[in-house]
Structure formats: structure tokens, C-alpha cells
Design a protein around this ligand. Structure first.
Ligand SMILES: Cc1cc2nc3c(=O)[nH]c(=O)nc-3n(C[C@H](O)[C@H](O)[C@H](O)COP(=O)(O)O)c2cc1C
Length: 184
């Protein structure tokens, strides 16, 4: 039975332990299709996804991405799949947004697309974790990523080995959302 959107949002957690079980390509493609449909500023679609499911390559990427000061992200090396989320910022839309408003629209766009991916993965019974803390230069080097693409985050993907107990730790709604006037 498929989960409702509400169930998907409530059950999604960042999972850092994965089962020793490969992820089917069809499921990865379904997540990518969900990401592809995300909205973006001026419909520029600045996201690019590099899927690493070759285990030997994933080891080389992990050894570089999650070492030294990035060791806290090492758990992701055990995920069967890593998604390198890259941006190809549109010169015009992004420069204008940054210069005029100080907003990096492409980062918003990538965040939305990444979360589409993650929510679809949740629907399919997969586990994910956003990883912003990784050796960006190392990843670029190992994967020979051209300068037109900028890695922004990694999403680890796999079947969950365990579910963390407890509820989401979140601010109360009244601390973060208001009607008509700022109250905080
Ligand atoms: C942009 C972003 C970057 C993140 N980077 C990391 C990371 O480098 N390492 C990590 O373990 N978790 C990372 N997380 C996961 C957060 O720690 C997690 O979402 C937060 O603690 C809330 O927990 P939950 O996802 O289980 O609800 C990141 C999350 C986001 C959205």
C-alpha cells in the first residue's frame, strides 16, 4: 500500500546505517524522475545528479570524501549508493539573484530537487541522508567533475539497517511561523 504524503513526510528520517543490500536501478530512476519534476527559479533546472553505484568507485569516492575533518560523514561509505548532487548555475538567473537580492537561487533549486528525491526514496522504502560535510575538492578530483559543475551535497541511499527511535526534534510552530506579523 502506498504511503500518503503526510506519512512520507512524518516517517522520513536521516538514516546513517544501511542494510547490505543493493538498490534496484529502477528505484533510483524513480527518485531521479521525482527530482526532475522539482520547480526552479526561471525553470533553469540547475541540478545534475551523478549516481555512484559501482562499489569500487564508491569506495574511492568515500575514501576521499569522508576522511580527515570529514570523518563524521564516514557512515555514508557503507551506503550502497551515493548521489553526488551538483549544480550547473545559470549565469544570468544566478548572477541577478545574487547581485540584486543576495540570494543564491541555484542552492534553493538544488535543495528542492534533492528533497523530492529523498521523499520519493522514502515512499519506496529506502533510507537516505543529506550530506553537506564532505571533501568537495577530493570528490571533484576522483570523479573528474568539470568546472562547469559544482558539487553541493551528497545523498546517501540504501535500505535501512535500523530506524532511529524517537520523534523529530523540531522547533514549535509558533517559533517559526506567524500570520500577518512577526512574533519572534
Ligand atoms: C543541507 C543538509 C546537510 C546535511 N549534512 C549532513 C552531514 O554532513 N552529515 C550528517 O550526518 N547529516 C547531515 N544532514 C542531516 C541532518 O543532520 C538532519 O536532517 C537533521 O539532524 C534532522 O534529522 P532528520 O533528518 O532525521 O529529521 C544534513 C541535512 C541537510 C538538510
Amino acid at each position: 500500500m502506498t504511503k500518503s504524503l503526510d506519512e512520507i513526510i512524518k516517517s522520513r528520517r536521516s538514516i546513517r546505517r544501511y542494510a547490505d543490500r543493493p538498490v534496484e536501478r529502477e528505484k533510483i530512476l524513480a527518485c531521479l524522475q521525482a527530482a526532475r519534476l522539482a520547480p526552479s527559479a526561471e525553470n533553469v533546472q540547475p541540478w545534475r545528479f551523478l549516481v555512484i553505484d559501482d562499489q569500487e568507485l564508491k569506495k574511492r569516492v568515500s575514501d576521499s570524501a569522508f576522511s580527515g575533518i570529514y570523518l563524521t560523514s564516514r557512515f555514508a561509505a557503507k551506503a550502497p549508493v551515493l548521489i553526488i548532487l551538483m549544480a550547473k548555475p545559470d549565469i544570468l538567473a544566478n548572477r541577478l539573484g545574487r547581485l540584486v537580492q543576495g540570494t543564491q537561487f541555484y542552492l534553493l533549486d538544488l535543495g528542492i530537487a534533492g528533497e523530492h528525491f529523498i521523499l520519493k526514496a522514502e515512499e519506496l522504502g529506502l533510507a537516505t541522508c543529506w550530506i553537506g560535510w564532505f571533501n568537495l575538492k577530493g570528490v571533484k578530483k576522483i570523479l573528474k567533475i568539470p568546472s562547469k559543475y559544482r558539487p553541493v551535497a551528497i545523498i546517501s541511499l540504501g535500505y535501512p539497517a535500523s530506524c532511529p527511535p524517537g520523534n523529530h526534534i523540531r522547533k514549535e510552530l509558533k517559533e517559526i511561523a506567524w500570520f500577518n506579523r512577526i512574533e519572534g
